[in-house]
Structure formats: C-alpha cells, structure tokens
Design a protein around this ligand. Structure first.
Ligand SMILES: Cc1cc2nc3c(=O)[nH]c(=O)nc-3n(C[C@H](O)[C@H](O)[C@H](O)COP(=O)(O)OP(=O)(O)OC[C@H]3O[C@@H](n4cnc5c(N)ncnc54)[C@H](O)[C@@H]3O)c2cc1C
Length: 405
C-alpha cells in the first residue's frame, strides 16, 4: 500500500518505483488495473502519480522505461493512461476558462456552506467519512490518511458524492485537491466534470453496487446508492484556443531562476548554460484550495522542491521562498534582476500567480520568461476534441520521444 511514508518526495524514489513497477506495465496492468483491493493489498497500478504530477519523473521517462520491457502493444493500456494525463492537461490549457469557472463555482459552494447548516453538516460528514455508506466512508478515510486513491475508487467516490449525497461537485474536487498527493488542476477538475456529465456533455458516471463489489474483490456491496445519474447542467464547453508562443531568453540580462512545483523537470531550461544570479521557489499548495491543504500535501510539495534544489549546481541551492506576487517582485528588485526564467506553469494556481506577476514585473522593466517542455508543446495542441481523436497520435508521440532520447 502507499502510505505517506512510502512516498518520499524525491526523484530517486520515483525512479525506484518506476523500475519496480515497469515489469508489470504490460498484460498484468491491462488485466488488473481496474481492481482496487484496498490499502495494504497488492495492486496492479503504479502509484507513480505523485511523482509525475510535479514532474519529479516525467511522462517520457515512464513511457521509455516501460517500452524497455514491453512492446507498445503489450503496454498499450498503461501508455494510454499516461496520455490521458497529457490529454487532460492539454484540454484545460486550450480552454483555461474552465479552471476559472471551477473556482467561481467553488467560491459559490463555499459561501453556501457558510449560510446553510444542512449543507455544512452534510459536507463535513462526507469529508470525515461518516455518511454510513461503508465504501464511501472507507475511501474518504483512505484518502485523508494516505494521500492516494485508486482511479476506480475516485470515480465511485465522485459519483456517490454528486448523485447519492447530492453535494456540489466543486466541493468534492476541492476535497480531493486538499488531500491527494497527485492533486492536479487538470486531471482532477476534468475528472470530476466527466463524472458529473459536464465534460462529455450528457454522459455521466454512475457508481453501481455490483461493479463496486466486483472490482473491490467483494470488500464492499453498498446499498442505497443513487440508481440514476442525471447530468448536471452548466455552460457549454468554451471554444478551443491555442498555446502561448515560446518566449525568447535574453542571455545578456541579469537573470534569476524561479522554480515551482507545477514542473520540476528543469532539463528544458538548461540550467548549466545560464548564469543565474539568484534562485527562488514557489509552491502551489497554498493557493490550490481556498481552505488548507493537508499537511502531507504541503510536505510532499516542499520535499519535491527541496529535492530539486539538491540536484542543482551549488550556486542555485539557497533559494528565496516566494510568498506571493509582490514578494516575487521585491526579490527580483533586491537582486537587480532584469529577467526571470521559469518552467511554463500549466493552467492552475501557479499560472494564475505568474499571469498577475508578468504584468507587474513588466511595469518594473523585468521580463518573465516561461519555458514550455517540448513534450507539452508536442502533445497539448492535439487535445482539441475527445480522447479518442487524441490517442490516434500516440504512435507519433512515441516515435518523437524515442528520437529525443
Ligand atoms: C474524479 C477523479 C479525480 C482525479 N484526480 C486526479 C488528480 O488530481 N491527479 C492525477 O494525477 N490524477 C487524477 N485522476 C486520474 C487517476 O485517477 C490518477 O491519475 C491515477 O489513479 C493515479 O494512480 P497511479 O499512478 O497508480 O495510476 P496508473 O494506473 O499507474 O497510471 C500511470 C500514470 O498515468 C496517469 N493516469 C492514469 N490514469 C489517469 C487518468 N484517468 N487521468 C489522467 N491521468 C491518468 C497518471 O499520471 C498515472 O501516474 C482523477 C480521476 C478521477 C476519476
């Protein structure tokens, strides 16, 4: 089982887990991946998501390692799941207002909690795992204590939250983001929207007792679940935009490095070639939720940043911890910076802060340059329609990844 202590937030721990898992990424994964035998039990899925989410280990590394052990056909299911992540990231990147609508909805639901005792009680009961629905309560507690839930359990949990408990979906998505070690603005928001019938309009996910019984190996046979999942209604999906163009780097300017935990793979920034005069770090955990992220989420994010710094040249290893946008500007001014370079932050809390910072920095004559990973520039523009169109490109993506090695 993944307990919190099994998830040291280091790249090495992620690579070790990947090499341990990769022999089972072929037929074993395809056969067993939907089963959730529960905490402390053997499992067929990798548990790699906390590492991939912050890019301590990259999507390319997952695919490359797995293809050393299996043919692309044998590992098809696993590879597809990795590309589901890329698809969700790209989909949201091309439609950033969906993240803003989620935040507006969450603020509305949170205001309703302050004024409606019944809603407040039901929300708290669900978060504490005291609803009396045994599987749901077990998953709420598992999530709070381990920082992880199996994909199938996430689907069942979200479905029961929305259609049986009739709680606002945004509060459920926020409960996940506060507790998941892999809590991700794209996979989480769009996963919840998909269950609710907002993502693929009109298509919902209904948690069925027989399906839960089968895939939990008989651990649970819940009663009293909703028997219908009527889609929630919301605004139409916005039209698909385009990716931001690449920003040029001016190597003549006094430059600082900003590291954030939306992308800790600094290989595309080429740290060694650029003389940075100062380094700063920024974490997403304090702004990903209006409430407070669980301690284990904060520790994982901080540990991941610390591990990344430990792998940098010594000159970059004593960073300033950025508190907010104004603090970032003050740091840049203190060091006389004219340019800040950082990894591109996909739609989410860090991107929101960087958008605000870019304008304020420009007023001070300081450039903010964001460098997008080539993998993202390759995959995201294809997330224009459904996943089934996107996955037609997987063979091409794999060929590109192999060439870049
Ligand atoms: C309601 C809901 C909320 C979710 N919230 C998140 C989230 O906040 N962060 C997150 O990373 N995933 C989220 N997922 C997707 C999925 O549940 C997790 O990525 C997966 O359970 C991670 O476990 P694993 O590493 O053992 O997966 P494996 O099955 O071993 O898959 C390997 C990798 O592929 C990616 N992946 C697998 N399944 C999916 C999927 N369905 N969607 C997107 N990527 C996938 C992950 O990066 C994962 O590490 C959510 C799914 C649902 C239904």
């Amino acid at each position: 089982m993944q307990t919190l202590s099994n998830f040291p937030a280091t790249r090495q721990a992620g690579l070790d887990l990947l090499s341990k898992f990769s022999p089972q990424a072929g037929p074993d994964y395809a056969r067993g991946r939907n089963f959730d035998f529960g905490p402390n039990q053997p499992r067929f899925v990798s548990g790699l998501s906390p590492f991939v989410r912050r890019r301590l280990v990259t999507e390319q590394e997952l695919i490359t390692e797995v293809l050393k052990q299996h043919s692309a056909d044998a590992a098809e299911k696993f590879i597809q799941e990795v590309f589901w992540r890329s698809y969700w990231k790209g989909w949201l990147e091309l439609r950033p207002t969906v993240w803003q609508s989620y935040q507006t909805g969450l603020r509305g639901a949170w205001n309703a909690i302050q004024t409606q005792d019944g809603l407040e009680r039901n929300w708290r009961t669900a978060c504490m795992g005291n609803t009396g629905i045994d599987c749901f309560d077990a998953w709420a507690k598992e999530l709070s204590s381990t920082g992880y839930l199996h994909n199938h359990a996430r689907m069942w949990f979200a479905s029961i939250w929305i259609f049986t408990l009739r709680l606002p979906w945004e509060l459920g998505a926020d409960f996940f983001l506060r507790h998941l070690l892999d809590g991700d603005p794209a996979s989480n928001t769009l996963g919840w929207r998909w269950v609710a019938g907002l993502q693929t309009v009109g298509k919902t996910y209904l948690a069925r007792p027989d399906n839960i019984k089968k895939y939990t190996n008989g651990r649970f046979t819940p009663t009293g679940l909703a028997t219908k999942a009527v889609p929630l209604t919301g605004p139409e999906n916005p039209p698909c935009g385009t990716l931001a163009p690449a920003n040029p780097i001016d190597t003549a300017l006094a430059t600082g490095l900003l590291i954030h935990d939306e992308d800790l793979d600094l290989t595309h920034i080429n740290i060694k070639r650029l003389p940075f005069q100062a380094t700063a770090i920024l974490s997403s955990h304090s702004t990903i939720t209006p409430l407070k992220a669980a301690d284990h989420v904060v520790q994982f994010a901080q540990g991941a940043l610390c591990d990344t710094l430990g792998r940098l040249p010594a000159a970059n290893s004593a960073p300033h911890t950025v508190k907010d946008v104004y603090d970032l500007i003050a740091w840049a001014q203190t060091h006389g910076l004219k340019q800040i370079i950082t990894c591109y932050a996909p739609v989410g809390p860090i991107a929101d802060q960087l958008t605000q910072a870019r304008k304020l920095l420009a007023e001070q004559g300081i450039l903010l340059v964001t460098v997008m990973a080539p993998y993202d520039r390759m995959t995201w523009p294809h997330a224009t329609r459904g996943f089934f169109r996107f996955k037609d490109n997987i063979t091409h993506f794999i060929a590109q990844i192999s060439q870049r090695k």
